[in-house]
Design a protein around this ligand. Structure first.
Ligand code: ADP
Ligand code: MG
Length: 694
């Protein structure tokens, strides 16, 4: 991966200066120096303060420029106004990374001041973390350069937090939960370095097994997406996206716009780039724990081993909920399991070793599962009984896990000795949780990552049979922002998308002539850039037969005028009537962060109620388009229910992929709605389309 080598010193710092160091224990400048020292940092610490001789027995310098040796990292904790000056000195000193803890910049509206910091970085070839951060924690180098209480519990997850307080508060929690971290970075305002920069560095770092991040927003969504996509191939990335509900919905002129919302686009970006999305802080750390300790699950066959029927059922339910439903196991494997249970046990999945199970039965059954080729992942659930000794069972699991390339997650249900045994498991590479559902959730994350690694990358090959010139012509000749249906369809047609035969009539006689050319029955619709939702104006008539055209023409124009008296009316579109099919919608929107996105879903008038749509960042291949189709809830409808045959997925996917290329080629397109597109057993028909320009 590409990376900025200047940022690498964060992983293994040799020297840190603290500008604004203080000998007053109540000041952050004191706390930080004390924390670095007390955490056992082996590198050099340089407190900087013109008024103090020494802090905690460490020689203090008047300016960073007075430090006799090289300084890699400078943490700045002085009032915002003075930061720029201090940064210039850092620049002259040749510092690689400046971490600005001070707040009072962009987050309170002082954008200019923040920009000045970025300019200084550029001038002196430095990188900036922050401003408005809590510093960095590094358990690999034993360096707590924050104003938190201590280092997090040591582990193999790198945590990037956009919230300072949250990161700090979680430090103590990592000790209670034994959820270890290698590094904790607070990135604050991200004036310069943002998530992507750190991910690039962490992707190559051998101490980092998993990257997890708390995200409020990203600055350059496309770049973030591209970086995650590459980094996910090397190691798993987990993200908790906050603020999903708060974004004020923009006024949406299209169905697609109203269906999108920031969260759907983030979801799409995560999914496409292999980022596993967490839904709470705890979830984020719990799945990161599993991903950092266990191999990905390379297949769908999950086995649950338990000594309690109830716990087994809970785990089974959770498995279905998290998308890794358990299946039947072969007779051979069942007879293997039978060796480890009494007569009344159940060798079917979930495997019930019964309340009589001791270490021996668990150990034997786990080994049988690990050695069996049909098993891809195992969840061990233990309910504490007098004979189920948590310590010995935990020991056995650790031993088995060491020699296995299949993932194991564990849940011990019980009291203190179970909690202790689980801590022991976690410290020895096996993720364990007090609720079986959490063990299942962790396994589901391991499976999700496995699927990402397995999926064959279908890179997008642009279609060459497209007429960009024609599209450009239509766009540039459009007056206003809305491109009406027949013009939008000309654009589609230029991109190889099938559209019905149609023509605009200026008057009723012309309408009749066109209708008889097309053949009856026809569909007639108003053409006006001021009426985008034509049905709302009662200005769409389907199934118009011979002899009805003239009268329908007049009616449509009358209805349109009644709906919007000042609407500019171009005429009435006379269109081939499409046979009815299954209604789908394809849309696009231009997200301010992620750029062009494409949407697919079940169409028709209920689309906004059912919201059965999925998004992807455009462009996408035909294969990816088919994946989208499988993801909607209504997929079985498209596949055909009650004897109905399947729609032509291939043709439909071709249309989706072509539209995704169109929006990628023309960033001036803000939104597209093609609703409905009738999907047939053979082919499809775009019955309606509109395009909105930026
Ligand atoms: P609106 O601007 O209201 O979305 P549409 O062009 O989508 O108008 O037409 C409304 C409905 O009429 C469509 O949802 C579809 O069911 C039907 N319809 C439109 N065009 C055709 C057509 N060419 N063939 C068959 N049905 C059509
Ligand atoms: Mg429509």
């Amino acid at each position: 991966m590409q990376k900025d080598e200047r940022l690498e010193c964060l992983l293994n710092p040799e020297s840190i200066a603290v500008i604004g160091a203080s000998d007053n224990p109540e000041k952050l400048g004191y706390v930080i120096v004390n924390n670095i020292k007390e955490s056992g940092f082996k590198g050099k610490i340089y407190p900087i303060n013109p008024k103090v001789e020494s802090i905690l027995g460490i020689n203090c310098y008047k300016s960073i420029k007075d430090v006799p040796d090289e300084v890699e990292i400078a943490e700045i904790v002085i009032p915002a106004k003075a930061v720029a000056g201090a940064m210039r000195e850092c620049g002259e000193k040749g510092v690689k990374v400046v971490i600005v803890i001070s707040s009072g910049f962009g987050e309170v509206g002082n954008k200019e001041m923040e920009k000045e910091l970025v300019d200084i970085c550029k001038k002196y070839n430095m990188r900036l973390i922050g401003p408005n951060v809590f510093g960095i924690s590094n358990t690999i180098s034993s360096c707590n350069a924050t104003f938190g209480t201590k280092l997090p519990f040591k582990g193999e997850t790198a945590f990037i937090s956009q919230s300072g307080a949250l990161g700090l508060a979680l430090t103590d929690w990592t000790h209670i939960e034994r959820v270890g971290l290698a590094y904790m970075f607070s990135i604050g305002n991200m004036a310069d370095a943002c998530q992507g920069d750190l991910i690039e560095v962490l992707a190559d770092d051998e101490n980092t097994k998993t990257i997890c991040q708390y995200i409020e927003g990203v600055h350059n969504g496309r770049r973030f997406f591209e970086i995650c996509k590459e980094a996910s191939k090397i190691k798993p990335i987990v993200a908790l996206k906050a603020g999903k509900s708060s974004r004020g919905e923009k006024a949406a002129a299209s169905h697609t716009g109203s269906l999108a919302g920031a969260s759907r686009i983030y979801e799409a970006a995560f999914k496409q780039s292999g980022v596993i999305e967490a839904n709470s802080i705890r979830d984020m750390f719990y799945i990161s724990l599993a991903l950092s300790k266990q191999p990905p699950m390379r297949g769908d066959n999950l086995v649950i081993l338990t000594n309690g029927g109830g716990a087994g059922v809970c785990a089974t339910d959770a498995a279905e909920r998290y998308g890794i439903p358990i299946g039947d196991i072969s007779n051979e494997l069942q007879s293997e399991f039978k060796k480890w249970m009494p007569e009344f046990g159940s060798a079917k999945n979930p495997v019930d070793l019964t309340g009589m199970a001791t270490f021996k039965e668990y150990d034997g059954a786990l080994r049988s599962a690990l050695n069996n080729r049909e098993v891809d992942g195992i969840i061990v659930v233990v309910c504490r009984t007098a004979v189920a000794d948590p310590t010995s069972i935990a020991n056995g699991i650790i031993e088995s896990s060491k020699n296995s390339d299949k993932p194991i997650t564990v849940s011990f249900i019980g009291g203190e000795d179970c909690a202790e045994a689980m801590n022991f498991l976690k410290e020895n590479g096996v993720p364990a949780y007090s609720d079986p559902a959490e063990a299942v959730r962790a396994m589901a994350a391991l499976r999700e990552y496995g699927r990402y690694l397995e999926r064959k990358e279908e890179s997008f090959n642009p279609y060459s049979d497209v007429d960009k010139k024609k599209v450009r012509e239509i766009i540039s000749s459009t007056d206003g922002k809305a491109i009406v249906e027949h013009r939008a369809k000309e654009i589609f047609s230029a991109y190889g998308i099938k559209t019905p035969e149609e023509k605009v009539a200026k008057n009723a006689e012309e309408a009749e002539r066109i209708a008889s050319e097309i053949g009856y029955p026809v569909v007639m619709k108003i053409v006006s850039k001021d009426i985008l939702h034509k049905s709302d104006a009662k200005a769409v008539k389907v199934n118009v037969k011979g002899g009805e055209v003239k009268e329908t023409f007049e009616e449509i124009v009358k209805n349109a005028k009644a709906y919007k008296s000042d609407a500019e009316i171009e005429g009435v579109l006379v269109q081939e009537m499409a046979p009815s099919g299954r209604e789908t919608i394809v849309g696009s929107l231009y997200d301010p962060q992620f750029g062009p996105c494409i949407m697919f879903g079940l169409g028709g008038i209920f689309v906004e109620v059912l919201k059965d749509v999925v998004f992807r960042l455009a462009p996408i291949s035909k294969e990816e388009a088919k994946e989208m189709m499988k993801e909607i809830k209504g997929y079985p409808i498209l596949k055909g229910v009650r004897g109905e045959s399947s729609v032509d997925f291939d043709a439909l996917a071709d249309a989706v992929s072509r539209i995704s290329q169109l929006v990628n080629d023309f960033p001036e397109i803000k939104e597209i709605d093609a609703n409905p597109i009738f999907a047939y057993e053979k082919g499809y028909m775009v019955a309606d389309a509109r395009i909105i320009l930026k």
